[in-house]
Design a protein. Structure first.
Length: 383
């Protein structure tokens, strides 16, 4: 298949990523707010996030291995349909234990979707355009993360959380329709050497890249599982919380748009800048009480995470053989799951036993841990 055909398929794929990410991502961000309205403590908020991300970690490896063995478009369809079903189940969850259970299913849906989306992007993209394609992939989902929380906050304020969950399922259903009508049948992606043995040892050259992501993903887990609930605790409304998350993710998206410039600037320089911004964000958020006080550190967070996510993904993708791409992307997403499980689980307990300010102070140190790991990563020869 020639490059123009591949680009045409990619454009539709980006739309499906935007739609599905809008549904899954908005639910993830507003779920802590919903749980707080049911009386969840910081520990329970952390447990909700940790359970989801533990399942996320396991399923990323399963999904990555499956994508290396079976036809990828059909799997992507199934992953998307599963996401819509999970959104519907949330409309029936009205206790903390039920939320924890369905949050685990959301972790499975998110893991399979993101591994599938990143793998398809890498497979379909013309080789010489990989950095640009991955940049647009990141732009597609971050735009969903940007518009979704604000609209979701408005829906929950006006109509309640049940309507919000059903609306999220409807958005994902539209994505499934596009896959069926415009991607399925246009291209077939199946690994020919299905008999070849694969194991995680094949990805040893990427070890430092994965380790560098762990402190970042711990901070990311707190951002997604604890901070929205914390903002609700100090008195911010769901619509204002959604707006702040929208602004943060909008900043991330603007940085994603410049990923090619960041890669040319240098991976180490980018990681150094990201670590510094994340540390500053966690320091400033410690004593925030108003929307304005939260906005400044969240913008810093958006800048830092906007650098880390696409730069490290580009670093990994360019060092991954095609035959292991699904497995490599599965491990990449699995690392996100590990950090996003540890972060909320430990962070929620620390915030309850000590204080939220203590938690954010410790996260300053976690953010700075990215520096030595990133330095070693960028000094390794290309495998």
């Amino acid at each position: 298949m020639d490059a123009p055909q591949r680009r045409a398929i990619l454009r539709v794929l980006y739309v499906t990523i935007f739609l599905t990410a809008t549904g899954l991502g908005t639910c993830t961000f507003l779920l802590p707010v919903y749980a707080e309205t049911l009386g969840a403590t910081y520990t329970q908020l952390g447990l909700i996030g940790a359970v989801g991300n533990l399942v996320y970690t396991v399923i990323t490896l399963v999904a990555g291995g499956s994508l290396d063995r079976f036809e990828k478009i059909k799997l992507y369809m199934g992953f998307t349909a599963f996401g819509a079903i999970v959104m519907i189940l949330f409309s029936y969850a009205d206790t903390i234990p039920q939320i924890i259970l369905v949050r685990g299913l959301l972790g499975a849906a998110a893991a399979s979707f993101w591994v599938g989306a990143s793998t398809l992007t890498g497979e379909i993209s013309p080789r010489q355009e990989l950095t640009r394609s991955l940049g647009r992939y990141n732009m597609a989902w971050i735009i969903g993360f940007t518009v979704g929380p604000y609209l979701g906050g408005l829906i929950t304020n006006s109509y309640g959380y049940d309507v919000f969950f059903i609306a999220s399922a409807g958005v994902i259903a539209v994505s499934l329709g596009l896959i069926l009508s415009s991607i399925r049948g246009s291209i077939e992606l199946k690994q020919e050497t299905v008999h070849e043995t694969r194991n995680l040892g094949d990805l040893r050259p990427l070890l430092m890249s994965y380790l560098t992501l762990i402190p970042f993903t711990m901070v990311l887990g707190i951002y997604m599982a604890i901070i929205p609930g914390h903002m609700k605790t100090v008195g911010l409304s769901a619509s204002l919380i959604g707006l702040l998350i929208t602004i943060t993710n909008g900043v991330r998206g603007c940085v994603f748009f410049n990923v090619e410039k960041l890669v040319k600037w240098g991976t180490w320089q980018s990681v150094l800048t990201a670590s510094t911004l994340l540390a500053a964000a966690m320091y400033l958020v410690r004593n925030a009480k108003t929307g304005t006080q939260f906005a400044i550190p969240l913008i810093f967070y958006g800048l830092g995470s906007g650098i880390m996510t696409p730069v490290v993904l580009d670093f990994i993708s360019k060092r991954t053989p095609d035959k292991f791409r699904g497995t490599a992307m599965g491990v990449h997403e699995g690392i996100y799951g590990v950090g996003m499980c540890l972060g909320p689980l430990l962070g929620g307990a620390i915030a309850d036993y000590y204080s939220a300010a203590t938690l954010y102070g410790l996260l300053v140190l976690v953010s700075l841990l990215i520096l030595p790991l990133g330095y070693v990563m960028t000094r390794e020869p290309n495998p």
